[in-house]
Design a binder for this molecule. Structure first.
Ligand code: P6P
Length: 335
């Protein structure tokens, strides 16, 4: 059976021609992410056995305790992408500033920059709940052979050339898009190969699952409160089901398969919400739109937001198109 399934490597080669910048570099980039994902997956799966759980003592720019696996995953992805000499820069949730790769080498003809959340949901690690890696890929906008600048990273989400995530769950999956739909690959750990298990993934236009941290309810804008009450009302196909794992990648993945909406609104404690535009919201928004879903900040398409800083946060509503449009309706009614 396995021999009938297409591997990720075969899929990349077969679809390389469809990518307008056919140079093989993006394929090599996806392949290096595949390798790093396997290495991180191995550590995530044995985290309970080896002393790499618990905070690394440091805190990242977000002021969050850095779990050792966060640090490990960050190092592995940066190391893998650097060693293959494919990218000219990397920005990461775990790095205060972007990391220039071989930027002193004027022969550095690498065209791509990668923005990454190496281990999203890491607070779930030591309670054995799934976590994920999120990545976003752009072509640099500054001249080849010159040092990469912040301008290469502060690009609108609608300029992404590829985006995806790895979900380290009951099975490990790599889900990504290069602008030609969304495809999911499941890792067979016995042989270390990703197989195409979910071709052409699509958000159902409607869903019955809403994902939000209702512990923040009293701090939400009135429109969001009204939408949550709408989800809970006995009417038509409602009440909906509330499912919130505390891991964006897992909630997104389930909602894409079953239909649903993920929400991280602004609230009085976080005036722009918690999620970061560049390496969480933009890549997930690219995937959502490629899968017939939608992603906004309640007013504006996420991928049209002009970034101003590397770690900026935005309110985030993402998932089944009709559900996102419904919460936008409630929000806009109050503003
Ligand atoms: P809260 C994980 O830290 C994360 O960025 C997302 O993966 C997750 O959905 C959210 O934050 C959880 O945040 O405030 O509800 O615990």
């Amino acid at each position: 059976m396995l021999l009938k399934k297409q591997t990720l490597g075969e899929f990349i080669i077969e679809n390389q021609a469809s990518f307008k910048y056919t140079s093989g570099e993006l394929s090599r980039l996806i392949n290096s992410i595949r390798l790093a994902a396997k290495v991180v997956n191995h550590e995530v799966n044995k985290a309970g056995l080896v002393d790499i759980i618990g905070t690394a003592g440091d805190t990242n720019i977000q002021g969050e305790d850095q779990q050792k696996l966060d640090v490990y995953a960050n190092d592995k992805f940066i190391q893998t992408l650097t060693n293959r000499n494919i990218v000219c820069g990397i920005a990461s949730e775990e790095e205060d500033d972007f990391v220039a790769i071989n930027s002193q080498d004027e022969n550095n003809q690498n065209k791509y920059v990668v923005l990454i959340d190496p281990l999203d949901g890491s607070s779930n690690i030591d309670v054995n709940v799934s976590v994920g890696t999120i990545f976003s890929i752009y072509r640099r906008v500054t001249p080849l052979g010159t040092p990469v600048t912040i301008e290469d990273f502060l690009q609108k989400g609608n300029q992404q050339v590829a985006a995806g995530y790895v979900v380290y769950g009951t099975s490990t999956m790599l889900v990504y898009t290069t602008g030609h739909g969304v495809n999911g690959f499941t890792l067979n750990p016995a042989i270390g190969t990703f197989y195409l298990s979910h071709p052409n993934m699509q958000f159902p236009e409607d869903g019955k699952i809403y994902s939000v941290n209702e512990g923040n309810y009293i701090h939400f804008p009135q429109g969001v409160k009204d939408y949550i009450k709408y989800c809970q009302m006995e009417e038509g196909d409602r009440p909906y089901t509330s499912r919130y794992i505390g891991s964006l990648v897992s909630d997104f993945h389930r909602n894409m398969i079953k239909g649903g909406i993920y929400m991280y609104p602004k609230h009085s404690k976080n005036s722009n919400g918690k999620l970061r535009l560049l390496y969480e919201c933009n890549p997930m928004a690219f995937l959502a739109e490629q899968a017939n879903g939608k992603a906004s900040n309640g007013h504006t398409r996420i991928m049209d937001i002009e970034p101003t800083e590397l770690h900026q946060r935005v309110p985030f509503f993402c998932g089944s198109k009709n559900m996102v449009e419904k919460v936008e309706e409630f929000i806009q009614k109050h503003e």
